[in-house]
Design a protein around this ligand. Structure first.
Ligand code: TLP
Length: 336
């Protein structure tokens, strides 16, 4: 099976499992799990924030950041196709009572667009209180914000009193591919989340980082949302292992994404946009037939929307597996 549906499908390596087996643990709801505490300190330091909180999923990280930095009835500004809008089961509306206003077309937007979307202060309007940025941008094909736009949007938001959250589920893919360190992306944001369970190869877990005050508020809502975990050091050890060992290797996933994109184009499939990180979007009108034919040759990709497939490279697929997937794809195209 060559599973390119997502980078979430990776399995922990023997070395990561050893780190998990040997983890020192305690009850993290009492704040007594040394592995979780170390992970939180390391993660906060890595992105230049005062504090961090370990959480079960990227969705919970985003939703806690929204809940802690908005009030019911507020507006959150986000790029078109944002994960918080499209793939979190309506959580922002259900759990925080906010409306998400989507801007731009490809997940990025300008400071002018953000400013224009902030409603004037008037009792008829819902106040915009948070801007949520996503980097890399999943639905945009793993795209990376131009750092100047990113910083300009954050500055414009702060000037008007809005907070800024970064959904950095794949922040280290952005950092490795752009050469802009994670701490610089995080610097202009009030909260930043990232996932251990995607390209970094851990089986579970995400983290949200920010000031002491913000993280304290988020901590309270983590309890309310049912995200307090007990001897979580077993999984935090995998996350710590991932931070130490699996960031630099993301470059291989990016090279494999480029290899896959070139191969797909050479067999007549349109790839758009050109991959910057580990996500490849390719297009075909015969989507259902192609998906089925690939599945029957044990190649898994996802259908993101009609006519658009997503293939994600990760540590469990090497360049030989990419070439094999391309062979199957070529055969599938001739068979359908
Ligand atoms: N994305 C998943 C699916 O939900 C689409 C994937 O396979 O890519 N932010 C971003 C940008 C994400 O891509 C994801 C996961 C999350 C947040 C949520 O993370 P989890 O799955 O841990 O809740």
């Amino acid at each position: 099976m060559i599973d390119l549906r997502s980078d979430t499908v990776t399995k922990p390596t023997p070395a990561m499992r050893r780190a998990m087996a040997e983890a020192e643990v305690g009850d993290d709801v009492y704040g007594e799990d040394p592995s979780v505490n170390r992970l939180q300190e390391e993660a906060a330091r890595l992105v230049g924030k005062e504090a961090a909180l370990y959480v079960p999923t990227g969705t919970m990280a985003n939703q806690l950041a929204i809940r802690a930095q908005t009030s019911h009835g507020d507006v959150v500004l986000a790029g078109a196709g944002a994960h918080i809008l499209r793939y979190e089961s309506g959580a922002a509306a259900a759990l925080s009572g906010v409306q998400i206003k989507s801007l731009g077309v490809d997940g990025t937007f300008t400071a002018q667009q953000a400013t224009a979307a902030i409603p004037p202060r008037d009792h008829h309007n819902s106040p915009a209180t948070l801007v949520a940025l996503e980097n890399t941008h999943n639905a945009g094909g793993g795209s990376i914000w131009p750092i100047e736009h990113f910083e300009a949007v954050a500055a414009a938001a702060h000037e008007r009193g809005l907070k800024v959250h970064l959904d950095g589920a794949r922040l280290f893919n952005a950092a490795v591919a752009s050469g802009v360190p994670a701490a610089r992306w995080a610097a202009k944001c009030d909260s930043v989340s990232f996932c251990f369970s995607k390209g970094l190869g851990a089986p579970v877990g995400s983290i949200v980082c920010g000031s002491h005050v913000t993280i304290e508020r988020i901590h309270r809502f983590r309890k309310m949302f049912g995200g307090g975990m007990r001897q979580a050091g077993v999984i935090a050890a995998a996350a710590r292992y991932a931070l130490t060992n699996n960031i630099d290797r993301l470059e291989h996933d990016h090279a494999n994404a480029r290899r896959l994109a070139e191969g797909l184009e050479s067999i007549g499939l349109r790839v758009d946009p050109a991959p910057r990180t580990n996500i490849v979007l390719f297009h075909s009108d015969r989507d259902t037939e192609l998906l089925r034919a690939l599945e029957s040759s044990n190649v898994l990709v996802s259908l993101m929307r009609p006519g658009t497939f997503r293939a994600v490279t990760h540590m469990d697929v090497d360049s030989e597996a990419i070439d094999e997937a391309l062979d199957h794809c070529r055969q599938a195209l001739t068979a359908i």
